[in-house]
Write a protein that binds this ligand. Structure first.
Ligand SMILES: O=C(O)CCC(=O)C(=O)O
Ligand SMILES: [Fe+2]
Length: 636
């Protein structure tokens, strides 16, 4: 079991899941969730946390927990020396010990606040009951009577659920147990009334009722499954043979981590092109799957110019308008407007844009070669604050930044343009020509962020905002498809911020953007206030009434306003001074390897020049023709 610690520590989590079951929990320090509880028989700990956006983690853990609960499978508990709540004596030299096996007896969700004004979290919590072993083990030198008692306390015909009063939530119709001393609240993770009682009130404090802390699980329910803790990749020590592919098959989830075949330590996958173990005895090229052009060039995108083909875009109701479409022999070009100062232009390449020495195919091949050799070195880099466990969280994708520093979505060390591989400069110039030819905007980008996504990697909801960011951001993708999504920031969509605990802050200067719920009413109130027909107080209190029933979602973004499938060779231009201010975007690489280079202008705000004179526009178009291709009528 000690072997699993490497897994735990390297994967940044306290939870080890396998085959959609919770197999082990690692307790480090005394952090086990705000409403944690630990005694010799009961452990209540956090399984997963959802801040604004990490929905997928929570739902997969929820699934694993409910499978484990249903099967009453054993969960191993590993505790670290830093964890003070249990007096554990460790063997010399070990900083981790195993406290034996536990059973899940209940899984529920709580909503908790971050530090003041901080984000609201949804925590998936589990209550576990100690299940043995009964005999004293090396890690537990204290007389183990409590454990014995715990097993004896179990009542034959009573299950955890039967012992408790339940109530059905009037909102989600799910039953929740009354587990808090302050009374019943809904504990269904999916319910928007989570943590509130039937009248929608959240108790000021939450403490567990004493009854809830009395453990019982009927003994029959305990399946004595085999100790489940050893991750499969450590059972099969990977052997490096000459056949690289075969040896790497043993590396599960290889972009998350890899096991050194010499010292068996698990390492995080931070470098894209190589694996170097800190033990100093092993290094090898990283196993990046080779992707062929046949795999990435999809016929449906090449045919977009035909009249009956629609672009691979979904847009929602009246929040987004298609304002322009144009076809060249290289691209099908569409522009959508979110509002006057917020537009998205998508360029879908045709076959002609893929061919030739500067075509997308060549770019993709070169990009694969250069990132693999390290000529363009890509790394997963830290995001946010370092974690208290001593491990930094990293970006999901591999990154490299060029030109000016860029810190909005991640902190990447920067290579000046002059020192970058020539491919980078070539792509920047191409992108400038695309912006000029499609939007008539003369811009020179001074920053380029290159990202590499392995299958299923993603970038979460964010804006690219940075002080002095220019109005135009363009991205150029090569390789596998991705789905790029756009939504409005919650505070503009609902006109308020909601901390989930009843504290609502109205958005100052709410611009009442197209598509927002009750936009007319919100705007009418502002008009009245502007004309002096309402006092500030009256305005705010009436506005509060209008927005009262809006349920702010966890991700704090509006529903999806637009989603675009971006193919190999596609460009996405985000333009307008309000694009990053009011909207967020996210992207998910579905399959295959994908590179995207995003170019921006940072600082010296007024560099962008929109061409207005006819002559200038005409000249610009001619200049851009070599990249964009000749304009043409749409074919039948
Ligand atoms: O992967 C993408 O296409 C999006 C990249 C992005 O949003 C960014 O680099 O800020
Ligand atoms: Fe972005």
């Amino acid at each position: 079991m000690i072997e699993t610690l490497r897994w735990f520590r390297q994967t940044q989590g306290g939870l080890y899941c396998l085959d959609m079951r919770v197999r082990g929990i690692l307790l480090v320090k005394d952090e086990f969730g705000g409403l944690g509880h630990f005694d010799d028989r009961v452990l209540i700990t956090r399984l997963a946390r959802q801040t604004n956006q990490i929905r997928s983690t929570l739902s997969s853990v929820t699934k694993a927990a409910s499978n484990t609960l249903r099967e009453q499978a054993m969960v191993g508990l590993v505790i670290s020396r830093d964890f003070q709540k249990l007096p554990v004596t460790f063997r010399d030299g070990e900083s981790y010990g195993v406290s034996g096996f536990w059973h899940l007896s209940h899984v529920f969700a709580v909503r908790s606040e971050g530090p003041k004004e901080g984000p609201v979290h949804t925590d998936l919590m589990a209550c576990l009951v100690y299940s043995g072993p009964r005999e004293t083990m090396w890690w537990n030198v204290a007389e183990d009577e409590t454990a014995t008692n715990a097993v004896q306390v179990l009542k034959e015909d009573e299950t955890f659920d039967k012992m408790f009063e339940k109530e059905e939530c009037s909102l989600c119709s799910e039953e929740s147990l009354t587990i808090f001393a302050e009374g019943w609240v809904c504990t269904n993770v999916l319910c928007s009334s989570l943590g509130r009682d039937q009248s929608g009130q959240a108790p000021k404090t939450k403490t567990y009722s004493q009854r809830f802390l009395q453990p019982w699980v009927s003994q029959e329910q305990m399946k004595k499954t085999a100790p489940p803790l050893l991750p499969d990749l450590l059972i099969q020590q990977p052997q490096l043979t000459n056949d690289r592919k075969k040896s790497f098959e043993t590396l599960r989830d290889f972009w998350r981590g890899w096991v050194c075949p010499v010292c068996a330590t698990m390492n995080r996958r931070l470098d894209y092109h190589q694996m170097v173990c800190p033990c100093g005895k092993f290094s090898a090229p990283s196993p990046v799957p080779n992707v062929t052009l046949g795999q990435v060039t999809k016929k449906e995108f090449l045919e977009l110019n035909a009249k009956d083909k629609l672009p691979p875009v979904t847009i929602s109701d009246n929040a987004v308008k298609l304002t322009e479409q144009e076809f060249t022999d290289k691209y099908a070009i569409y522009t959508w407007e979110f509002e006057e100062e917020a537009k998205v232009t998508a360029l879908f390449p045709r076959a002609a844009a893929h061919a030739g020495p500067n075509g997308n195919d060549k770019v993709f091949e070169e990009m694969q070669k250069k990132t693999r050799s390290g000529a363009i070195p890509m790394k997963r880099v830290p995001v946010g604050k370092p974690k208290s466990r001593g491990l930094d969280l990293t970006t999901r994708q591999f990154c490299a930044n060029f030109g000016r520093d860029y810190n909005a979505s991640m902190v990447v060390s920067t290579t000046p343009f002059e020192q970058a591989d020539p491919l980078v400069g070539q792509l920047v110039r191409r992108a400038e020509a695309v912006v000029l030819g499609t939007m008539g905007i003369n811009v020179s980008f001074n920053e380029a962020l290159l990202l590499a996504y392995l299958p299923d990697m993603s970038i979460r909801w964010h804006d690219d905002g940075e002080a002095d960011l220019g109005d135009t951001v363009i991205s150029h993708s090569v390789g596998g498809n991705c789905v790029m999504k756009f939504a409005m920031k919650g505070e503009y969509w609902w006109g308020k911020r909601d901390d989930g605990q009843g504290k609502v802050t109205l958005t100052p200067d709410d611009p009442h953007l197209p598509g927002c719920p009750k936009m007319q009413e919100r705007r009418a109130l502002l008009d009245k206030y502007g004309k002096g027909e309402l006092t500030k107080q009256e305005y705010e209190s009436q506005l509060r009434d209008v927005v009262r029933d809006f349920k702010v979602n966890r991700e704090n973004v509006s529903h999806l306003l637009m989603s675009v499938t971006v193919p190999h060779g596609g460009y996405i231009i985000m333009h307008g001074k309000n694009m990053q201010k009011y909207y967020k975007h996210s992207a998910e690489a579905k399959e295959l390897l994908r590179f995207v280079i995003t170019m921006r202008h940072i600082g010296d705000k007024h560099q962008e020049q929109t061409l207005t004179s006819r002559r200038a526009v005409a000249e610009a178009r001619v200049a851009a023709d070599s990249v964009l291709g000749k304009r043409k009528e749409r074919s039948d």
